[in-house]
Design a protein around this ligand. Structure first.
Ligand code: PLP
Length: 496
């Protein structure tokens, strides 16, 4: 059977892989999921001798049924090249008793690069296959890292335009600088007076606005998404879980077949959902550890079965996880209902109307492989300081959330499995938290001095792209209210 992609909210909505990538979000408001999981019979001993690119080709070919082998090869080779400072692409580093899967060696220093360096290739290939002549307008809400990584991927890609919305006071200083200095004639960056959830909700509404869609069509344009709502973002993320397991076997850290646990710092639930899919296709993952910061809506969900977004929103030192409505949880919910779109839609409608929903005991019973906890701001600082003191390894605050929660899991559970902590960002994106944690006091310095202090403290070479940020001209200065986001999009698209 050929794998297609079906909406989580309407059983009649089934499309090919390329169409799912082009659309981003299903027109019924749902998200596309594979109609079945590919049966791959993964041989990790063999995969252990393969490069990241080779593993990526195998996994993506299995999911992207209507892409030819030549097309996949061109996409993979275009994406995973010298833009990554480490030729291994996703190295696994052992520190203490844990394994850190470093996903921050891409051009924008966060794990989003693993998917967003290939998405533009997948998207333009999909457009060609479907004879789309329209300009593809990528509409994106970012909690800090997606925006820059998506623009780095789509900048000056013919036939595309990208508009990024980020929360005005909700991202780190380096993250903001990275975005507002973005070059490329087809890139647009707008700050929003609101948080990430506000921006993501407004973007989803624009996707589902029929009038807006037809006015775009009249202008030979159509929307797509670079958020993890797009299945083209999620599938490339499965690759690094397969690759990591094969590497651990190859390096004789585990025996083929041994179970591992993975701790994932979670916001929109994309990265951990990719780990869940990796488990479905045969990667021996036991516990999927969902690590949150003080925006701990997912911790409560996994403990009680109730998802309740009505709570205080916190700005934390791990801003890319400052999210109360985790979009990709909808995909897990759908699988928990045995792929029932009616039940899924009812729960998602309850979330948008009442702000909460409760899953059934039968659904709860399927969550035994998930463990969820959160880390407070103080615990994040302590984890950074402690690991640095013990091993001289430097974690960014997001990775520290995952490490802290991994430690909580170990303290409360007896597990012999090796622990993989997913390292999602370079410490250079969050120099203030990292320097203050390691040196144990508040700093009066500005972020550029802090970046240099971080280099002195840790000895990790300061990337030239971070150093250059201080000098780069600011090219994007627009700030809008949430209610004016659509007007901003219309204005951008008219004047182009
Ligand atoms: C996006 C992001 C996360 C959260 O990942 P999700 O897939 O949204 O759950 C965690 N850490 C960093 C550094 C990120 O950029």
């Amino acid at each position: 059977m050929t794998i297609l992609y079906k909406s989580t909210r309407n059983k009649n909505n089934k499309v090919s892989a390329s169409q799912a990538i082009l659309q981003g979000l299903a027109s019924d408001g749902g998200l596309y999921v594979p109609t079945e999981m590919p049966k791959l019979h993964l041989n990790f001993e063999e995969l252990g001798s393969k490069s990241y690119q080779e593993v990526a080709k195998i996994i993506l070919q299995a999911f992207l049924a209507d892409f030819t082998a030549e097309e996949i090869q061109a996409c993979v080779d275009g994406a995973y090249d010298q833009k990554f400072s480490d030729p291994v692409i996703a190295p696994v580093v052992k520190k203490g008793e844990d394994y850190f899967l470093e996903l921050f060696h891409g051009p924008t220093f966060a794990f989003k690069d693993l998917a967003l360096s290939i998405l533009p290739y997948l998207m333009t290939t999909a457009a060609k296959k479907n004879q789309i002549e329209n300009e593809i307008v990528i509409l994106t809400a970012t909690s800090g890292d997606t925006g820059k990584a998506a623009m780095a991927g789509f900048a000056d890609v013919p036939g595309t335009r990208i508009i990024v919305f980020y929360p005005e006071n909700g991202v780190s200083w380096i993250q903001e600088k990275q975005m507002v200095t973005q070059t490329g004639e087809n890139t647009h960056v707008v700050a929003v007076k609101g948080n990430f959830d506000d921006a993501q909700t407004a973007v989803k509404q624009m996707f589902n606005n029929a009038e807006l869609k037809s006015s775009l069509a009249a202008n030979n344009q159509q929307f797509s998404s670079a958020n993890s709502m797009n299945i083209g973002r999620l599938l490339p993320q499965i690759v690094y879980y397969v690759y990591t397991y094969a590497q651990l076997v190859q390096q004789e850290e585990i025996k083929n077949g041994d179970l591992i646990n993975v701790s994932v710092p979670t916001g929109n639930f994309g990265n951990i959902l990719a780990a869940y899919y990796a488990k479905q296709i045969g990667v021996p993952i036991d516990q999927l550890i969902c690590a949150s910061n003080t925006n701990n809506v997912l911790t409560d969900f996994f403990k009680t079965g109730e998802y309740n977004r009505q709570r205080e929103f916190h700005l934390t030192s791990s801003p890319s996880m400052d999210i109360l409505v985790s979009s990709n949880l909808e995909r897990l919910i759908y699988h928990l209902t045995n792929d029932n779109p009616t039940q899924t839609k009812a729960l998602m409608d309850a979330l948008s109307i009442e702000g909460k929903y409760q899953i059934t005991p039968e659904m709860m019973a399927k969550l035994t492989n998930f463990y969820a906890e959160f880390a407070t701001e103080k615990e994040v600082d302590q984890s950074i300081a402690h690991l640095f003191k013990e091993t001289h390894y430097t974690m960014d605050p997001h990775t520290a959330v995952a490490k802290n929660v991994a430690d909580k899991f170990k303290a409360g559970n007896h597990s012999v499995n090796k622990m993989v902590v997913v390292s999602t960002a370079s410490p250079y994106k969050f120099p203030r938290t990292v320097v203050e944690s390691i040196s144990g006091g508040k700093s009066e310095s500005d972020d550029f001095s802090l970046v240099k202090q971080l280099e002195t403290l840790t000895g990790i070479p300061l990337p030239k792209e971070v150093q250059e940020l201080e000098m780069l001209p600011v090219l994007h200065q627009q700030v809008v209210e949430v209610s004016a986001m659509q007007t901003a999009v219309e204005a951008i698209l008219k004047t182009k």
